[in-house]
Design a protein around this ligand. Structure first.
Ligand SMILES: Nc1nc2c(ncn2[C@@H]2O[C@H](COP(=O)(O)OP(=O)(O)OP(=O)(O)O)[C@@H](O)[C@H]2O)c(=O)[nH]1
Ligand SMILES: [Mg+2]
Length: 279
């Protein structure tokens, strides 16, 4: 049984005002759903207060977590530039490939730029994806300056008539301030050629509330326009998604649901809530 099903079952068994013990039980259920302490408290208040249809009330309370209805990636003529950032291993490069494939399929001319010049195998990894999808790649050598790679990629995107440019960056710990400020530099330098229209922060959906801490640090380094939550396949921690968008006020645009290039969904809040509350 899903966590919310358990929650509703518990709530349905209440007779009148819940006792302290019952409140604690409900609280534990909600904490297990990983929706975070603030939201948990709000739902507890709702349970104590609501006399009508509680399921409906809970759904509309949860719906308030979502800051925006527009989840589509920005498109701008003649060239749209995306920069993809996040801590190590969250799924940035895979997400770059997934996004590239989506645009490629819809007829865009896509260029990938390998601005992860830090990890030895990173360029090869992106290049393998580019070959597989059938899109172009710009890269330099491991160890070269990521900002100048991004700049050259942007110049090439402009001069060769690409319509979508996606810059992959190296994973970095949100606690390392020199690496965080490097992101700002990559963006500034790329923008000498063409504006970076979206900075997508890739978060591992399985780390739950921790993702919020990471995100805050990235937000201090570059203006994040959208979130990509990965590894949402087989994750029981779907509830984290609610807390993440609510706390950060940045739309979750995409959901990664597996390792394949097609495992990407545009996030749909209402559908997500229906599934979460039903399961
Ligand atoms: N199950 C699952 N695995 C994923 C998803 N996205 C990425 N992965 C896996 O996560 C691992 C890391 O993915 P990468 O795309 O290399 O992550 P990265 O953020 O680019 O890593 P670094 O560049 O080293 O920081 C790989 O094994 C991916 O296949 C997803 O949505 N679901
Ligand atoms: Mg990578």
């Amino acid at each position: 049984m899903g966590i919310f099903a358990r929650f509703f079952e518990k709530v349905a068994s209440l007779r009148g005002e819940p006792t302290q013990e019952e409140v604690a039980e409900i609280q534990a259920t909600l904490i297990a759903a990983d929706i975070g302490p603030t939201l948990t408290q709000e739902i507890i208040n709702l349970v104590k207060r609501e006399r009508g249809d509680l399921a409906l009330a809970v759904k509309s309370e949860l719906m308030k977590c979502f800051v925006s209805n527009s989840r589509e990636l920005i498109r701008r003529e003649p060239l749209t530039t995306f920069m993809v950032v996040g801590v190590n291993g969250t799924g940035k490069t895979t997400s770059v490939a997934k996004i590239a494939e989506r645009f490629h399929r819809s007829g865009e001319r896509v260029l990938l730029t390998a601005a992860d010049t830090f990890r030895a195998a990173a360029i090869e990894q992106l290049s393998t994806w580019a070959d597989r999808i059938g899109v172009a790649i710009h890269s330099s050598t491991t160890g070269s300056d990521p900002a100048s790679v991004a700049f050259d990629g942007a110049k090439r995107a402009m001069s060769e008539g690409f319509t979508v440019h996606i810059i992959d960056t190296a994973g970095r710990l949100h606690t390392m301030s020199n690496l965080m400020s490097e992101l700002g530099k990559v963006k500034r330098v790329a923008e000498k050629v063409s504006s970076v229209d979206e900075v997508l922060l890739v978060l591992d959906g399985t780390v739950g509330q921790n993702a919020i801490v990471q995100a805050r640090e990235f937000m201090g380094a570059v203006p994040i326009t959208g979130l990509v939550l990965t590894k949402m396949d087989g994750s029981a921690k779907g509830g984290a998604l609610l807390a993440i968008e609510r706390e950060l006020s940045i739309p979750i645009k995409l959901i990664g649901t597996g390792e394949k290039v097609s495992d990407l969904e545009i996030f749909e809040p209402a559908l997500f809530l229906d599934r979460m509350l039903a399961s």
